[in-house]
Write a new protein. Sequence first.
Length: 416
Amino acid sequence: MIQNPKRSAETVTDQTHWYNYYAGYSRSFTKSALHYCKLPKKSIILDPWNGAGTTTSTCANEGYSSIGIDLNPVMVLIAKSQQTTVTDLHLEKSKLLTSRFKVNVDDIDSLLNWFDKESVENIRKIEKFILKGNEFNSIYEKTNSLSNIQCLQYVALFNIVRILLKSFIPSNPTWIKKAKINEEKISIEWFEIRKNFLNEVRKLECNIKIKNKKEPLIKTSDSTNLPIEDNSIDLVISSPPYCTRIDYAVATLPELSILAVKGENEISNIRRSLMGATTVPKTLPKNENLGNVCMDFLNKVNKHESLASSGYYYKNFYQYFYNLRLSINEISRVLKKNSKCFLVVQDSFYKDIHCDLEKIIIDMFIANGLHHVNTYKFKSKNNMANINPKGKKYRKTTKAVESVIEIIKKRKNYGK
């Protein structure tokens, strides 16, 4: 039986110290999909939008090999941190964390958006301790070099910085404000941030119970161009970025600012590359069959009377669905014959136009020759659309439906 993907209160509580990621789904759902498919332990499971690593972590605990792909280096780091085992916990070197680390804070350092220079120096000293003094040329080079234990230490740093920034986080938790004047910037002494960091590391240690487990392959890569061989995956469990115009890069802006090597330009490039970004391309890609259901939605957006519907919003939605289509092509390519795909999706609205993401995705898979087996529907109260007061002009409330789509790639009739 497929479980509700909504994260239960127990699940959220257990993972509070790790990373409370808005777009995540429950471990119980992931386990239910694994048990439902009754796969042999030699099987390989893929999550092309791995996020904080629920799929890869659950697969590891259940004894399965898995591959987790994500383009946001923050999420790759968090997913890797969850693979830390008791055997990895050699944190006695934390005693070497002193204020004598030499760091230079550049004027382009993105942390200066919220902290004064001395506080940024203190944060960078902790980062230098985590990196063991090593320096890198890019955020991706840095992330790819990290061990699981270093990733865990970064998560501890992420958590304490996010707590310090609570006054800059509005009702929409996926948006972060910045200090307008220097007087609004946060100041924190070295002894305090050091103490908070070490305490946070110890809290994360308490969540680690397993000595050894099947370690997944977690990579920084793009769902539209998976670095995986054809017909090599036994099961896909994932959730694409929802079509709700949540800017996932901005949602992780404090964490990206900690990781960034080249300031806001580097962060901006990552933001534009992520699926679901609120930025729009100058020219739209062509020659990709998005399907009748998708094109019907896009045409309604294009003809809507509200401001910028035919311009910015149409381009934004088109880019999202173009990337989604390429990603579905890739999932279709890498799945073995007779293998399944489970995707957690949520519907949404643009003004008064319903975006039925479930039907759009099913339509795209069918166009590739795959088969729709079933859809499991669950009502979701966790809907960011209700935070936006402007939406009430078109509807009083938005009751989102979260669906789990079950797809199978049969031996016959497959082809793009």
